[in-house]
Design a protein around this ligand. Sequence first.
Ligand code: PMP
Length: 442
Amino acid sequence: MSKTNLSGVLYEQALKVIPGGVSRNSVMRKPHPVYASHGEGCYVTDVEGVKRIDFANNMSSLIHGHGRPEVVAAVTEQLHKGTVFTMATEVEMRFAEHLCARSANFEKVRFVNSGTEAVMTCIKAARAFTGRQKIAKIEGAYHGTYDYAEVSQTAKPNTWGEVNAPKSVPVAYGTPLSVLEDVIILPFNDIERALVILDQYSGQVAGILIDLMPHHVGLLSATPDFVRALHQWGRDNGALLIVDEVITFRNHYGGAQEAYDVTPDLTALGKIIGGGFPVGGIAGRADVLDVTNPLSNKFLFPQSGTFSANNITMTAGLVSMQLLDTCALEKLNSLGEYAREQLREAIRIADVSACVSGQGSMFRIHFTSDLPNNYREVYASPVEEKQAQQFIDYLFQHGIALMNTGTGALSTAMTDVEIDKMAEVALQGLRQLKKAATVKGE
Ligand code: PMP
């Protein structure tokens, strides 16, 4: 493919000024990260000139791929007018109106600059509203890097404890013990165990945080019964339901929650709603969000941010979300279904032990014969991990970029041509894996 190794050269220089050479580990590759040059539609081209179909889409945040003309035009116009002011702007209000119109569960919305900040703000709002400290979350679920939200995100067999009593495992060395004490860990989709655990803390829980299709829990879907049970427990015990839709907002017009018969109190938004720019959003009950309202007598949580609701993000976000109407979403989700079917077909033809999870416009491949049920089952054995890495690398070397977890996120810039190409390369990759395993007798 490439004849030069400019990425390697750039990385050598980066290592001198950036720890590990990168500001986010998700772009790390061996022997070095590949440096991007430019993107166009559903393609991304690296500095060596190699063009790939982009199924990573900046970790699922680019719902329209790269350089959607309407977004580029609106942002370019706004750049000339100013990027951000110490003044309120109309576009912030218009974007809030748009998001509130997408879901009856969004009575009000505030903007921040990342998914991490959105989840953090939801947690702080829930604490302020309930006057309680603890939050409950799902073992292994990724919600960004706020101390409380990241607990047990990277739990391992030697640290995660008994299945009936999952331990609160810190991600970062030095996490205060008090943080761990205030985070209750629940097993995914296990109603009985989750309720027994929650009952030990009744009267102390501010909120239950859940992603309805947690990426790090295998991109498996939360069962409606599980979500209903958590919601009901919250109702019975005065705890809020916080749904993290930073990734899953792309699943339906009003987010993944549209397919569940619960009313989340708060929703964390991010990724696609920024139209390619840094963003986060906190949407939900007006009375809960009043804790951030300086005009309210329930103003208990002063919340702010220098670049919150900046004009570039608001402009790009509004145009992107307007373009993602029900028709565009339906088309995108059908393409997602087609991608999962094609991948399953490739697995069947290659006759390998693998399966596919995901919903809407996302997919993830697992190197096990059956779908896992929770984080502990998703946690890959060394053989599975090696196979997944080899598969991701094979695809990357043959023109298909996935996320480093083996997850793919489609964009509206794609058609079945790109899906067919991905499935064709996946089949070759799986055949290669099978051949290597047969030779080794694995
Ligand atoms: N929640 C979920 C479900 C996420 O996937 C992510 C990011 N991958 C976050 C929160 C954090 O978002 P950000 O990276 O924008 O801080």
